[in-house]
Design a binder for this molecule. Structure first.
Ligand SMILES: NC(=O)c1ccc[n+]([C@@H]2O[C@H](COP(=O)([O-])OP(=O)(O)OC[C@H]3O[C@@H](n4cnc5c(N)ncnc54)[C@H](OP(=O)(O)O)[C@@H]3O)[C@@H](O)[C@H]2O)c1
Length: 335
């Protein structure tokens, strides 16, 4: 801190709930109000995810206790640390672990967290890039790694990505196409077709056609799939997956339920693999971050992001719940 005394006061978006009435407002807080943890971080950027939309709106039972500071991921600099793993001035990032849900999160100028939740900033990234990637990008990378583990290579055939214009989907499209896979993108918004082509999708499919209830087995189209939608769309992806293919399921943007037959599994050796990024162990998490840093091209950092202030979070949260957000929204708490 260059010998300067740091003020104990800072700004955060605080969500309260009284008699079922949820409100989000900007408040001045003091460091002593922050939850316990070994590391105090000065936040440079956070990002807006679907779960944050739910938390700000008081929906989906995302928030454990009120008052609450949402924001499931953040990146910034260590201000104070009682952990040997982190030192003041080091750049760090955090995604998952219930931060922004059970623990106060990133829609704030400061956060105090447990050291094991933090990751040192990987080489080649900074706070802004890390948050353009965010939980959504980490999840997308882990889904790609899930397909790789299942033996799906670019030579296996096309990979379909659902919810492709959203946070996880758009980064999955970029990563797959950078790795040389042929990518088919499913979106409900025809207006995003040029954007998805720019990211590397070569086939575009409508949400409508992929939401038709499938027969137990359909024509074999996909070597693999990354699904953020769930429900009928996931059932259709499974029914259309080629012999020996694999599907990584990671979201429920459409429906949490899945009704399918066993036919893709027992007649085509298709595997359905769950992928989560919230409590991913640190070694795998670090491997995924370092691959993200290598794989994402410079131009993708511009085309998929927009920056908003804490004051603008409430409106953006409504938009993400309404499915109106394209790509990634960054939150700069210092704006
Ligand atoms: N398992 C994990 O660890 C993990 C981590 C991160 C996220 N997730 C989950 O992954 C999902 C996507 O997250 P995200 O941050 O990418 O959200 P997002 O930015 O809102 O993207 C979701 C996309 O899904 C599509 N979609 C939305 N509603 C739909 C519907 N009713 N039917 C069909 N498609 C629909 C839309 O894509 P188009 O506009 O292109 O149609 C939307 O952009 C969420 O369910 C989230 O909870 C899970």
């Amino acid at each position: 801190m260059n010998g300067m005394v740091r003020s104990d006061r800072f700004k955060a978006l605080v969500v309260t709930c009284e008699n079922g009435d949820t409100r989000a407002e900007i408040r001045q807080l003091s460091e002593h109000q922050l939850p316990e943890g070994e590391v105090l971080v000065g936040i440079t950027y956070s990002s807006l995810n679907y779960k944050d939309g739910l938390a700000v709106a008081g929906r989906g039972k995302i928030v454990a206790r009120y008052p609450h500071v949402p924001g499931v991921d953040f990146a910034g600099k260590v201000l104070h640390s009682s952990s040997e793993d982190f030192h003041p001035g080091e750049e760090v990032l955090l995604t998952g672990w219930g931060v922004g849900e059970r623990h106060w999160g990133g829609f704030s100028q400061r956060a105090r967290v447990r050291s094991e939740w933090l990751v040192h900033m990987p080489a080649g990234l900074d706070a802004k890039r890390a948050m353009i990637i965010g939980s959504a990008g980490l999840t997308a990378m882990l889904c790609v790694m899930t397909l790789e583990e299942a033996g799906i290579t670019p030579d296996s055939g096309p990979v379909v990505v659902t919810g492709a214009a959203g946070g996880v989907g758009s980064i999955a499209v970029v990563l797959l196409s950078q790795l040389g896979y042929e990518v088919a993108a499913v979106t409900g918004r025809a207006s995003t077709h040029p954007f998805l082509r720019e990211l590397g999708a070569t086939q575009l499919l409508s949400r409508e056609e992929m939401s038709l209830p499938p027969r137990p087995l359909e024509s074999q189209r996909w070597a693999g799939g990354i699904d953020v939608v769930g429900g009928v769309m996931l059932a259709r992806v499974l029914a259309e997956t080629r012999y020996g293919g694999a599907v990584a399921a990671t979201g429920l943007a459409g429906d949490a339920m899945l009704t399918t037959s066993v036919m893709p599994f027992i007649l085509r050796n298709v595997s359905l693999r769950g992928t989560e990024s919230v409590t991913t162990p640190r070694p795998l998490r670090e491997r995924a971050w370092s691959r993200l840093s290598e794989l994402l091209p410079q131009k993708s950092y511009q085309s998929i992001s927009k920056i908003i202030s804490l004051e603008e979070v409430e409106a953006a949260a409504r938009a993400i719940l309404a499915g109106e957000i394209r790509g990634r929204v960054l939150v700069d708490p210092n704006l």
